[in-house]
Design a protein around this ligand. Sequence first.
Ligand code: UGA
Length: 434
Amino acid sequence: MEISIIGSGHVGLVTGACFAELGNGVVCVDNDEKKIEILRKGEIPFYEPGLEEIVRANVGEGRLRFASSIPEGIKNARVVFICVGTPALSSGKPDLSAVEKVSKAIGESLTEYKVIVEKSTVPVKTGEKVEGILRRTVRNGVEFDVASNPEFLREGSAVKDFLKPDRIIIGVSSRRASSVLVELYEPLCAPILITDIKSAELIKHASNAFLAMKISFINAVANLCDLAGADIKKVAKGVGLDKRIGESFFEAGVGYGGSCFPKDVSAFLHIANEMGYNFTLLKEVEKINHYQRERVIKDLEEFLGELEGRTIGILGLAFKPFTDDVRESPAIDIVKMLQDKGAKVKAHDPAAMNTFSDLYPEIGYVSDPYEVAQGADALLILTSWPQYHYLNLKKIKKLLAFPLIIDGRNILDATKAVNAGLYYSSIGRGKLKP
Ligand code: UGA
């Protein structure tokens, strides 16, 4: 099938490349000409494991092409996916201006029936808006359908998530649109749920909000474990083994970040409010998430006292491993709080030092985790990169000026840390002395 993707960011490019991999003819469109140039050379403007290989292969096979204009990009497409950004405004409300602009341009260029699919994360009832814009702009007699097909791609495993999804949600208002989209997705052999458009839109926000809630819930329990002297890893395991609850997205730590959960929780709250429902549960989810960052500073102060003049080493700047993305990363707030308290910061991240240095050019960036420990008064682990799981803790102890590790992702073996002569504090497994 010929398809077109408007917006060649993380979601758009992964979607386009994967559909090409399944044998479809795909044109990815973006108004950023520089990005299109990079993509045409087979390069990827961001870090996503496995993506470069399938982009190169499919560009080589002629199934994946790029365009910088919507009329040219959608000419032959039967399905057009809208994958542009919907960033949060300062009020928490999502900014839909890109979706609206793109919908207008699609409407003006339509010459024959196409299914226009919202894949960008949008508030419920955006489908109605998109349909209204298309109706106002499309030429007389040209037919179209609007559909909602939310994505559930995690950064760092987006290609795998696309090709092996738990489910595919197709929100439609006509059989014609549903049969086109089912035909497109059938090769994935995944469960397909057909709904109305509004339900599909709500499924996306409810899914992300639920996962964020699960994380905040286990973080709150972790804080309780610290007070009670229990072990959050055992508690999470014991609770998660109940199939009704499940073990995934149940890891306590410094909280969720990224371009999705923080934005989507606040958007969902905002939408609920606009519709007259005060979704207080989500306010607590946000509060707990913020507290997880604050508690790292409190824990540090408990060991070190005043942080003024102290040097704090940070391992992990990305909002999660296998990405260079630092958007809403816990490290951003934690560095800010440390600087406000007069501490000096040095840091390491295997992929995100460049992106982080756009925000904090002044902190010390080093190319080796042990260099971070050298002379520091404490080491904070904020991202669970695999290389931090097996640090030589005896070496770290020798390098640190004060032998303290605050493990914000619970990745180290507490007994090994203590046996190496370290003070070890984590999230929900107590504060241990050597
Ligand atoms: C998330 C969802 O998982 C995807 O399904 C969704 O499609 C995507 O948002 C989106 O809306 O586009 P992503 O933001 O890439 O994906 O990352 P996640 O793997 O979900 O992690 C989000 C944050 O939660 C990270 O900061 C991670 O460290 C944190 N997290 C995750 C925890 O603190 N504990 C956990 O148990 C799991």
